[in-house]
Design a protein around this ligand. Structure first.
Ligand SMILES: [Zn+2]
Length: 181
């Protein structure tokens, strides 16, 4: 189950299998850590790309679509992440890998903020993946601001369902989320 570059201290329960995160999204996060998401680099390596020369990112077209590029390093993804960090007034340094991202995501955060922040990470990976698939399968590009809004709404649904926040506080969540801590 463990990827070779993950040591035994990787806390899967804390980092990936959060009971508030829907299982399909947690599974996607797990697959991303394991290098098992079928990005173009993955498919190319297995000679499964329909057009072997088409291994570039759907957004920037400058880099091979690896899981790290797609999720973290592409200028498009960066705008999504930056929008979320600005929403919380946090600073952000792009991790080099999905494993580093998963380990560092909640580091240094106070325990109350990390309850919410632990949901935003996997929700964002999933939202970026869906946005990428919209381009691949439907030719539809969605701006990063809309993706960030969808993530806020999705995570708010999760925290309301988990009774971490009443449903009428969406405005506070969307504008000053730290007031809910
Ligand atoms: Zn790109």
């Amino acid at each position: 189950m463990l990827s070779s570059n993950i040591n035994g201290e990787f806390d899967w329960v804390k980092i990936v299998w959060n009971p508030i995160v829907p299982s399909k999204i947690a599974t996607f996060h797990w697959l991303a850590i394991q290098g098992g998401v079928q990005v173009k680099e993955f498919l190319s390596y297995r000679h499964c790309l329909r057009d072997s020369s088409d291994d570039k990112c759907v957004w920037c077209a400058n880099y091979v679509e690896s899981i790290e590029h797609l999720m973290l390093h592409c200028s498009y993804s960066y705008r999504v992440w930056s929008s979320l960090f600005n929403w919380w007034n946090f600073n952000w340094v792009i991790p080099s890998s999905i494993v580093d991202f998963s380990i560092e995501w909640n580091n240094g955060m106070n325990i109350r903020a990390s309850r919410f922040w632990a949901l935003i990470g996997p929700a964002t990976l999933w939202a970026i993946w869906l946005a990428r698939n919209e381009v691949i399968f439907n030719g539809k590009y969605t701006c990063s601001t809309i993706i960030a809004s969808r993530i806020k709404i999705k995570v708010f649904q999760w925290i309301v369902n988990a009774k971490m926040c009443p449903s009428h506080q969406f405005y506070i969540w969307a504008s000053h989320p730290w007031e809910l801590l």
